[in-house]
Design a protein around this ligand. Structure first.
Ligand SMILES: C[S@@+](CC[C@H](N)C(=O)[O-])C[C@H]1O[C@@H](n2cnc3c(N)ncnc32)[C@H](O)[C@@H]1O
Length: 337
């Protein structure tokens, strides 16, 4: 299972501390009409890593307010998630044709050019944060390359925020994230004949400020050797030795701008400027027809992508559990040529 898939599963187990899912949903609810309107007419939706597409329904509703019929191509490695999306969407949207695609988007983005209409590709769920930086860049370059002139991309980013909020989100009081983290050992035991003692490892999650990421580890509580039958070998752990299980990168204005620019995207326009007390917003940027980074002046990116507003990304929590709408953002891109 990819880190992205693992992350999605954990996110479906919502805890009060875990803000991204409800935050993204709230942003979509507020701006779906504007996002769809910005992407243009006669749209076909494609979602990379769609899962059950529950958040996407907000965009589909907005789309079907603008056009009589629409097509939706959810892409996912999980055929069961796609089946669930298909059943739900068919029940809710008689004017939507759903065509699931089972594929691994890290190996090959489906040929979006072959799909009908102008595409709006979605990459939501803040999943971009589960890629290592070089993987994120390669992935976005491949998405860019798969889009045609006039197509668009909507992508969600989780923003850097107060370390206490991040810490709480990944160390929830109910222990849901901890249990999920240990599920990797459960699966090794079950599927590879492992002999991990689940009580012999402790969930550790912390904010790595220097790398701008939440790290999840499993720490051995005592010196032990774990045999994994299918691999035919044992793994020795000292007391306190950790297995690094997952990263979740967080972004700020500079890192989003750099990532978009380096993968060939260029800002078109900024979305609504957030009001005081809220950092919710989405952003618009354009993709150049070719990956000509040198042609994008820094001023183009920084000057337009992030209008000078002190509250844009900088809102700190008033409450230990952040309110919806406070901490994520979407970027919006489309091809020019
Ligand atoms: C975090 S969930 C997001 C689901 C949905 N986009 C949302 O925002 O609610 C990530 C989804 O991506 C899928 N996924 C993870 N890695 C993938 C890959 N390499 N190729 C295709 N789908 C993948 C998972 O199966 C999961 O359904």
């Amino acid at each position: 299972m990819t880190p992205q898939a693992r992350t999605c599963l954990s996110r479906s187990l919502r805890t009060p501390e875990y803000y991204p899912t409800r935050t993204e949903r709230a942003i979509l609810k507020e701006y779906a009409g504007e996002m769809i309107g910005q992407a243009g007419n006669n749209l076909t939706l494609v979602e990379l890593g769609a899962g059950s597409a529950s958040k996407t329904q907000v965009l589909i509703e907005a789309l079907l307010r603008r056009q009589l019929r629409a097509e939706f191509y959810p892409v996912d490695v999980s055929s069961s998630a796609l089946q669930s999306a298909l059943t739900t969407l068919n029940g809710h949207f008689p004017r939507l044709r759903v065509s699931p695609i089972v594929a691994d988007y890290t190996h090959q983005i489906p040929n979006l050019n072959a799909l009908p209409g102008r595409k709006l590709a979605l990459f939501i769920g803040s999943t971009i944060g589960n890629f290592e930086p070089d993987e994120a860049l390669a992935f976005l370059k491949s998405v860019h390359a798969s889009l045609q002139p006039g197509d668009a991309l909507l992508i969600g980013f989780d923003l850097i925020k107060d370390a206490d909020v991040l810490h709480a989100a990944y160390n929830d009081a109910q222990g849901v994230t901890a249990e999920f983290n240990k599920n990797m050992l459960v699966r090794i035991n079950r599927e590879l004949g492992g002999s991990f003692d689940l009580d012999g490892f402790e969930h550790v999650a912390f904010w790595n400020h220097r790398k701008s990421r939440i790290e999840m580890h499993l720490e051995s509580l005592y010196e032990q050797t774990v045999w994994v039958e299918d691999l035919g070998r044992g793994f020795h752990f000292e007391q306190g030795e950790r297995i690094h299980t997952e990263n979740s990168y967080k972004f700020n204005r500079t890192s989003i701008a750099l990532l978009l620019r380096r993968s060939g995207f260029k800002l078109e326009k900024a979305g609504p400027i957030p009001k005081a007390g809220s950092a919710r917003h989405w952003q618009g940027c354009k993709a150049r027809g070719e990956l000509n980074h040198s042609a994008v002046r820094a001023g183009d990116v920084h000057g337009n992508l992030f209008p000078a507003h002190p509250l844009e990304f900088g809102v700190l929590p008033q409450h230990p559990i952040p309110m919806p709408n406070s901490y994520c953002c979407f970027s919006f891109a489309w091809r020019l040529l």
